[in-house]
Design a protein around this ligand. Structure first.
Ligand code: FES
Ligand code: FES
Length: 396
């Protein structure tokens, strides 16, 4: 059991719960907040969407213990919210609900869309709404309701919504451009610099819709040996279960990666360009791909920088993964559990390197290497266990 303290709908709450309880059950069973609906309980349908620290999350794949010291807002917590009042009215007028099962999650997502995209057109609304499924297929009414609220806000803005205004003024007002991959040779990578215009070199904090994950691992080999390995794309690919190299020429690469996360399967096919700075031992791989199952698209940059440790006997590989998902799989870009999962992937990748470089393979890596498809299930327990250990202060 774990003791957590959090704020739910502006009310301080203390709970003594099992670590495995997800936020949706905690809200419904412990606090009787049954407006949060549970549909799939796999992070797919969006019925369970609530706000955690102001961001929509799926409460069914968020552990309640992970919300310790956080602010949670459920559909019951918007009674004084003028924007939510307008959305509720509009859903009613435009028949944006039938059975109503998806409606709490739809409303919270709709509010997020309206705040972030004040100029959203129908295509943008549908794209952003793609992580919420209405089993009654009432999407036409829902989209019309959101469009009506956006139009109303143009002539009748909400005066007393400072948070909304701040976000609106900071928002990207049109769909973020999906970068198409260009295989033209590029200059050696530079450290990201802050600029006002959106560009691939911007820090993620300035790239709307991007998620960044930083991590590092240490391998027991000299820096130059690791640097040479990281430039050997077939060897690097062999350390990523589910990844397949289709063609490469040292700088440009085309490939595929199959990923399974719970009930979701994705087979991303795409292309990337590797820019290596031999002097700085730093490289950036920029890529783009599409999953032909869900029609989701992804842009991603993987930056890695090497530095010597232990008098040159070991090398630290600092990795920054920045990515943006668009389409149905975009729902997974915000989950803390997914971020933990990606960190585990990076650690797993680092654990496989010794085997490739002729050293002894880590047992855990050898185990995972047998997977033909990258199956999150094989790592989910270690991710969950890592979270539990952190909660009890034992570290990873
Ligand atoms: S119940 Fe959480 S996404 Fe379906
Ligand atoms: S209104 Fe029935 S699931 Fe959406």
């Amino acid at each position: 059991m774990s003791v957590i303290e959090l704020t739910i709908n502006d009310r301080a709450v203390r709970g003594d719960i099992e670590s495995r309880v997800h936020l949706g059950d905690f809200l419904r069973d412990t606090h009787n907040l049954t407006g949060t609906h549970l549909g799939c309980e796999h992070g797919v349908c969006g019925a369970c969407t609530v706000l955690v620290e102001g961001e929509p999350v799926r409460s069914c794949i968020t552990f309640a213990v992970a919300c310790d010291q956080q602010k949670v807002r459920t559909i019951e917590g918007f009674d004084d919210d003028e924007l939510m009042k307008r959305l509720r009215r509009s859903f009613s007028i435009h028949h944006g609900l039938q059975c109503g099962y998806c409606t709490p999650g739809m409303l919270i997502t709709a509010r997020d869309i309206v705040r972030r995209f004040p100029d959203a057109d129908e295509a943008r609304i549908r794209l952003e709404l793609s992580g919420n499924l209405c089993r009654c297929t009432g999407f036409m009414g829902i989209v019309t309701a959101i469009k009506a609220v956006l139009a109303d806000l143009k002539t009748n803005p909400i005066a007393d919504a400072p948070v909304a205004r701040a976000i609106v003024s900071d928002a990207t007002t049109s769909a973020p451009a999906f970068q198409t991959f260009a295989a033209a040779p590029a200059a050696a990578p530079q450290a990201p610099v802050a600029t006002s215009a959106a560009s691939p070199d911007q820090p993620t904090a300035q790239r709307k819709g991007w998620t960044a994950i930083d991590d590092s691992f240490v391998v027991p080999f000299a820096l130059e040996k690791v640097w040479a390995f990281m430039g050997d794309l077939p060897s690097v690919t062999s350390c990523l279960p589910g990844a397949e190299l289709v063609e490469h020429d040292g700088e440009s690469v085309k490939g595929k990666i199959a990923i399974k996360f719970g009930p979701m399967s994705a087979n991303f096919a795409g292309a990337a360009r590797l820019d290596r700075d031999d002097a700085a031992h730093r490289a950036v791989m920029r890529g783009a791909g599409q999953d032909n199952i869900s029609r989701s698209r992804a842009n991603g940059d993987v930056t890695y920088a090497l530095s010597s440790e232990d008098g040159g006997a070991k090398t630290r590989v600092a990795v920054t993964l920045e990515y943006m998902l668009q389409g149905p799989l975009a729902q997974f870009s915000r989950s803390g559990l997914v971020k933990d999962f990606v960190r585990r992937m990076i650690a797993d990748f680092g654990a496989r390197i010794p085997a490739q470089l002729g050293g002894s393979a880590a047992p855990e890596a050898a185990l995972s290497a047998s997977s033909a498809k990258f199956n999150a299930g094989s790592l989910v327990w270690s991710v969950v266990w890592g979270r539990i250990k952190r909660l009890f202060g034992k570290g990873d």
